[in-house]
Design a protein around this ligand. Sequence first.
Ligand SMILES: *[C@@H]1O[C@H](CO)[C@@H](O)[C@H](O)[C@H]1NC(C)=O
Ligand SMILES: *[C@@H]1O[C@H](CO)[C@@H](O)[C@H](O)[C@H]1NC(C)=O
Length: 137
Amino acid sequence: STGHAQLTDQKFRSHYPQPHEPPVAPNPGHCPVEWFSQSPRDTSTSNRSLSPWIYESKQMADHFPFTYVQAKCLCDGCIQFNKDGPFQNHIFNSVAVYQSRIFLKREPCKYNSTYRLTPVAENVAVACTCVNPKRVS
Ligand SMILES: *[C@@H]1O[C@H](CO)[C@@H](O)[C@H](O)[C@H]1NC(C)=O
Ligand SMILES: *[C@@H]1O[C@H](CO)[C@@H](O)[C@H](O)[C@H]1NC(C)=O
């Protein structure tokens, strides 16, 4: 059950120190151009980035940690400014920056009802950045 999985995750967390996880924020559901006309400005890098992002909670079955946070880009383009203020410029793209992170994957043993934990590398989005679009040649 989910309850059991979370208990197990909590137990593992006390044995294997985990990186600090940034706070999860509600998804505004759109490219938050309005954040850039607010004063005083936010102090968080994720909100001040020209490719702003939020952190959302993810779950991966049979892995430790079971829950982890991942960056999600909020804009397809990037925030830019003209004389009228901030706007989303679709000439550029917001893309996620990934980092490899080690998880322990729970794999059942062939011969009995126990399992073993195998270290596996997974790419986790940690931030977003503004890039030139890929050129189609
Ligand atoms: C980013 O801005 C939004 C809207 O002002 C706010 O709700 C959220 O807490 C901010 N996030 C951080 C990490 O400061
Ligand atoms: C289960 O099987 C594995 C090998 O597949 C063995 O290493 C382990 O000791 C066994 N565990 C038990 C409780 O029998």
